[in-house]
Design a protein around this ligand. Sequence first.
Ligand code: SAM
Ligand code: DTB
Ligand code: SF4
Length: 331
Amino acid sequence: MEIRNDWTREEITEIYNMPIMELIYKAATVHREYNDPSEVQVCTLLSVKTGGCPEDCAYCPQAARYHTDVKVHKLMEVGEVLEAANNAKINGSTRFCMGAAWREVRDNKDFDKVLEMVKGVNSMGMEVCCTLGMLSEEQANKLKDAGLYAYNHNLDTSDEFYEEIISTRTYDDRLDTLGNVRKANISVCSGGIIGMGEDHKDRVGMIHTLATMTEHPESVPVNALVPVEGTPLEEQPRVSVWEMLRMIATARITMPKAMVRLSAGRVRMNTEEQALCFMAGANSIFAGDKLLTTPNPEVNEDKELFQTLNLKPRESFKGAAAVKFEQIPQH
Ligand code: SAM
Ligand code: DTB
Ligand code: SF4
């Protein structure tokens, strides 16, 4: 199958609604054509600045306006972050992603510190990723110069449903930041969340936006909502594995080369359910007992998962993206 950027919503809707076994089979077939199906990338997340965020994202425990159990923490020190990165590396992670509860990056001392963190993690031979909110072109260039490999900025849902979830910024703001990341030649990580009360057409809409970008994101996280007490979405029912599978498979079929990341929501999935997600083309996970603020499976449970399913952790800086982003594997 060729890589396409001209998908129509109708075509994506048809894929998304295929009988589930046919859908998984098709996604698994595309996956084999472009990727090694026994390889799964292990990434670690660290919240380097937690809580107190001025935005109103309805799903997020870090928004200052909701009363959640999250404790506000100012930006961590560079040394502490590098220690955490080193631990992640020892535990087998090849990508380290630092998240900050910011609306946008500001040109201040905190940003200078983040640039130091990026330099440090990059020099450890891990793919370094950040998710810091909105970015200007100049800020993206500074991150690139510091050695940033990837930037995560999720579309979260469709253009139409976005305003039901977030009012403090627009879908176009999100797309502008993704454009700035691209221009700076940083690899793009962008996906979304299911289970926020959106319709199937919103899920298709989000994939359509990603899959019709001139260049697909190199990485597409699929999160199941983690409903957190105190947020407006605290009562949302759990999404079923079949819904996760439809998202993962549709992302895999429409964006064959992307890393499709089975992100938030794994704590509530058993080995069989996660195995189906890998079958449907997911080839990356977050490891470590915490995501940003919510729980994730224990490191040992994931080691067992990899053993049971005979999965191989993927090396860092592998494949076409590494050549494009001028990084070489260091072993
Ligand atoms: N503040 C930055 C931003 O919004 O881009 C970066 C950090 S933010 C926490 C990163 C992403 O985490 C969000 O875009 C959202 O997709 C995801 N996320 C946050 N809370 C979540 C939840 N309760 N369940 C699932 N995903 C969540
Ligand atoms: C993404 O798509 N999921 C990760 C990462 N990118 C930054 C974050 C999930 C956060 C889940 C809620 C929390 O732990 O605070
Ligand atoms: Fe802030 Fe990001 Fe949470 Fe939105 S998702 S409230 S921008 S930390």
